[in-house]
Design a protein around this ligand. Sequence first.
Ligand code: GTP
Ligand code: MG
Length: 554
Amino acid sequence: MSDLELTKRYKIAAPAVLLVGKTGSGKSTLGNYLLGRENVFEASNDATSVTKVAKAEQFTIGRRVFNLVDTPGVFDTVNPSHETREEISRVIAECAYDIQALIFVVEAGRFTQEQANVVEEIKEFLGAESVKYMIIVFTKCNKKQTLSEDLKFNDKLQQLVNETENRWVIAPNAEIFDPESDTFRKNIDKLKSMITGMKAPYTIALFRRIREAREAELKRQKQEREREAKAIQDAIEKKARDEAEAWAQKKLREENAKSEEERAKLQLDFARQMGEIAQKMQEAQNQHNLALEKMQWKLDEAVRRPVQQSGGGWCFAIDTKVTKSDGKIIPLSQVEIGDHILCHDSAGRLEYSEVYLFMDYDTTSVAEYRTISFTKPDGTKGRVSLTPDHHIFVDETIDFAENVNSKSSRLQVLQGDLLFQVPVDEISVEWKKGFVSILTRSGTLIADEVLCSCFCEVPPSPAMQVLGQIAFAPLRLYTSFFPSKYRSPDVHPHVQTMVDIVLTFERARNVMIHSVKDRKAIVLISCFAIALMLYLQIYLVPQTGAQLSLRIIS
Ligand SMILES: Nc1nc2c(ncn2[C@@H]2O[C@H](COP(=O)(O)OP(=O)(O)OP(=O)(O)O)[C@@H](O)[C@H]2O)c(=O)[nH]1
Ligand SMILES: [Mg+2]
């Protein structure tokens, strides 16, 4: 059908009466009843919509002319069609004289949810206020219902009836009531009366406004849906981006962790290499120090030899400890002339005896020492360092330090106020810087808790100890009046002289012993000499220092 034909068909200069309703509800049949003619609008039993396009026919009620428009079942929710909606919209747009009434055709007793949906569809399409222009026509009523007009409305239908201000009519069934019968005429006339009695028409302007509002709403809903779709899309994209970013960051973290691990490994390697380098440097430094030490020893040797060859240096290390009469234990380096230190007298008792001479004193030269280690009776360890030719009391006699035997020799060691004989643990050779040799009036001293003689170099023996004391008698006497201030690396001249005399005497004695057979004469001469020395000792040498009641325990 062309637009021209449509225009001809719909543009009738009269208000329209629109037949709307569900497919098969009886719109076309009712239209024919209103027209008073058969088969103008096609009616059929088909389940699908028979009326495909809208069709209009002019009819009159009294003197008023109307344009009766039969519509397809456009509000069929079972089979909705965009084209049929377009069709009914176009029909209404063509109704230039507005719509006098909307005839809503519904099968009696079948106002189901489906029918209710149709009403909602009508309201949605024509506007909620369209019910004000609506007349409900119930079709397919039986004879009893038609005659008694007694229809049962469910709640939804009753609500619709109320909204239409109770405008409803029963369509007479032509198969039950003859179109010429009173019942038929009465019902059709009632419908016509309602059509003409409508207060105001449903205007095209209202329809357009409703459609525009609806279009705007649809547009808004469409935009809303698009926004929602976009939001969903954005969310999906964001999620995908976030996931991608999280994945990338995870990878980055893993890479970082890996690089961190590699960095830590490199640091460890570096630290290990640095440690190895430091160790090698330390070893090199040690070797260098060792070489320097060896070189220093060689250089020192030049100093050591003259010291030893000069006849001095047979003495104690300067850190050797002695006990003063006030109870203080001090190193020899702090001993002063006039101090009384713990010694051993000729009668075998311990006493504090006066220091009257430093035979030599050197803090810079290096000397060779014998360091003798021992264990005291209480289990504590001790050690004393003497130059090899210095005299030390060993095995109840006197011997050179270098002759002390680490397996058999026994030292006389102080513990408490007693001297004990204890075995030697170990002997080692040490080189130490500095040496000091002192003379006490008793000729002995307790050095580092070990009983030692003040003498050295000359042959060691108790007799030589006595002889030495006699030889130094003049010096002891002299220093009684004039305290010595001598403190020099060189051996004291008097001491050197005495040593030379004693050595000469010893050499002479050796010559005599080897050359003279009459040993009795030698012994007699020696006894005489010793008696002479003892005489000098008794009368010329004053005893000094308080004697202690100590004894030697072997
Ligand atoms: N018993 C009975 N049958 C009716 C009545 N009105 C219509 N019919 C029958 O219902 C069937 C469908 O009627 P139509 O007038 O074609 O229905 P329609 O609403 O125009 O249908 P579509 O054009 O397809 O939307 C036909 O067989 C009619 O004879 C009625 O009041 N009583
Ligand atoms: Mg029809």
